[in-house]
Design a binder for this molecule. Structure first.
Ligand code: GLC
Length: 561
């Protein structure tokens, strides 16, 4: 156990003083997908994958980028049936990533650089390699061991039909049958994802106590918060009724009982010093239901999936921004702004298409894409998401302008979505390809030596390495570094105030604080800039005489109101 403190702690401050504002209200959070971030120097990369030594060797990169916190996708021991979201031990580190000792060093080193650490906790399901599940399989139906998961007899005279009609998120039934004590066909267990990810029974006291203890285990090691995976799925209808789209209450999505879990978690988080944060993966169509997770005593923030899926369209973005700010203001929670993550198509690719809306990953892979246009829009989108009130997320590689790798060979694809959908759904591998760091050829400095990365990198990324982009003031990386510096330096970005300014229909224009104006031009012609004193940041050069080119964003210092 260690008592790490941040080098840049929030100073003790009087109420009302901006220094009293918790860090998570306007943090910039960088998402690290360990397998694809970096492999440690001098250490052979296991199967071309990244590790904690790699992250430690690149912490300086993250500090120089200017992020406030890092969210790690699951780093626990896992058979990797779903890239680590099948956790075999919640209190240890995946051996191919490193050791618990290294994780503790990483936390301390990050804190010394002023970077907070957020872990992914996966409470809906574990791995079938978890000792609890092995014990449940060995135990009899009706035993306490089985009650930690969701086992039920099948339907029909021989019990050979699944207990209900629920489907797995990745395709196929959400139930798998296991042998009975004498080897005969026995009960079925529930898995909303792959069969290797059995769902826990959140009606069981052992499960609740276990996860509370897991949170304490990592909080005791200095972790600053958790991103809660599949946060709305934990509570299940005890009757296990069939899903009926016309019935009012869903049998497993967003049931009221789940809120008690997060109230208990929040009191644990609040028992630790230093503003520990709980962030929900809450992906619901209903804004009112979403913000219930943000009620006092529950989660502090949730991901904004409406923004993530929004097309490159001023009217739709305006509507999403307005609805988000209105609903979050009502519950006094900061909004979050997310452009991409490890589950969706990279935004450079999405913005380069005729239809820029978000779709389930993979379905539309191979559509005609203009990467120059997509990159230009992604630069403007960066200035948009980094200038809205609340927290902003950067998914690793977004700051380099990486695009979706759409031409992976079938045999290279590893996402279970691909196999489980009968190879209909190409899955999420294309946004998970290892980062290019340096050099002219794959593996682009990702590993020492020449060993190929676990998902092959395209050789066309030679111009997108950290090394190449660091040397180019016009690169995406330089834009992100610069924008984050400006964001940290301007008090206008760390207050809640936000007001629209008049602008043409296809232009977003708003004021932050007293003296910053943001303008994003989504139209196809230049638009005149408002009167300003200084250009703080621009995603493309502004046209001489003072107008903003199409698909361009700008931050201006304007005269205080
Ligand atoms: C979340 C994760 C995703 C994972 C799923 C199951 O949606 O973001 O990557 O496959 O949960 O844990």
């Amino acid at each position: 156990m260690s008592d790490h403190t941040l080098a840049r702690p929030a100073a003790a401050a009087a109420p009302g003083d901006p220094a009293a504002r918790p860090w998570w209200r306007d943090a910039v959070i960088y998402q690290v997908y360990v397998r694809s971030f970096a492999a440690g120097p001098g250490q052979p990369a296991v199967a071309g994958a990244g590790n904690l030594a790699g992250v430690r060797s690149r912490l300086r990169y993250l500090a120089d980028l200017g992020v406030d916190a890092v969210w790690f996708n699951p780093w626990y021991p896992s058979p990797m049936a779903d890239a680590g979201y099948d956790v075999a031990d919640y209190r240890a580190i995946e051996p191919s990533f490193g050791t618990l000792d290294e994780a503790e060093k990483l936390i301390a080193e990050a804190h010394e650089l002023g970077i907070r650490i957020i872990l992914d906790v996966v409470p809906n399901h574990g791995s079938d390699a978890q000792p609890w599940f092995t014990a449940a399989l060995a135990a009899a139906p009706g035993s306490p061991e089985r009650d930690r998961f969701i086992f039920r007899p099948g339907r029909g005279p021989d019990g050979d039909r699944p207990p209900n009609n629920w489907e797995s998120e990745f395709g196929g039934p959400a139930w798998t049958r296991v042998p009975g004590p004498g080897g005969e066909p026995g009960e079925w267990y529930l898995h909303l994802f792959t069969p290797e990810q059995p769902d826990f029974n959140w009606g069981n006291a052992d499960v609740r106590a276990e996860f509370e203890d897991v949170l304490r285990f990592w909080f005791d090691r200095g972790v600053d918060g958790f991103r809660i995976d599949s946060a709305v799925l934990l509570a299940k209808d005890p009757a296990m009724a069939d899903f009926d789209p016309d019935a009012g209450v869903h049998p497993f999505v967003d049931r009221d009982e789940v809120h008690a879990v997060y109230r208990a978690w929040r009191s644990i988080a609040d028992g630790y010093p230093g503003d520990r944060v709980l962030i929900g993966e809450v992906w619901l169509p209903d804004v009112e239901r979403t913000t219930r997770y943000l009620h006092p005593g529950e989660l502090q923030t949730v991901f904004n999936f409406d923004f993530l899926r929004c097309p490159w369209d001023a009217a739709e973005l305006r509507q999403v921004i307005e609805a988000t700010l209105a609903s979050h203001t009502r519950v006094d929670a900061p909004a979050t702004w997310v452009l991409s993550n490890h589950d969706v198509i990279r935004n450079v690719t999405r913005y380069g298409r005729a239809d820029t809306s978000f779709d389930r990953p993979g379905y539309r892979i191979g559509e005609p894409t203009d990467l120059v246009l997509g990159t230009r829009r992604a630069r403007a989108a960066a200035l948009l998401s980094l200038s809205l009130p609340g927290t902003a997320y950067i998914y690793q590689g977004e700051e380099l302008g990486l695009w979706e790798v759409e031409d992976l060979a079938d045999e290279d694809r590893q996402d279970p979505m691909w196999q489980r959908s009968g190879r209909q759904h190409l899955g999420r591998d294309g946004c998970r390809v290892p980062l290019p760091w340096s050099g002219r050829r794959p593996p682009f400095g990702f590993t020492d030596g020449e060993a190929p990365t676990w998902l092959p990198q395209p050789s066309s990324w030679a111009g997108l390495t950290v090394e190449a982009e660091s040397a180019d003031p016009a690169s995406m990386l330089s834009l992100y570094r610069y924008a984050l510096q400006v964001r940290h330096a301007q008090p206008a970005f760390t207050v809640d105030s936000f007001a629209w300014r008049p602008a043409p229909a296809e232009v977003l224009c708003f004021r932050r604080g007293a003296d910053v104006t943001v303008m994003i031009n989504l139209s196809d012609r230049p638009v005149e800039l408002p009167t300003h004193e200084e250009i703080l940041a621009a995603s493309q050069p502004v046209i001489r005489g003072g107008s903003l080119p199409p698909d361009t964003g700008v931050w201006l210092r304007t005269r205080p109101r």
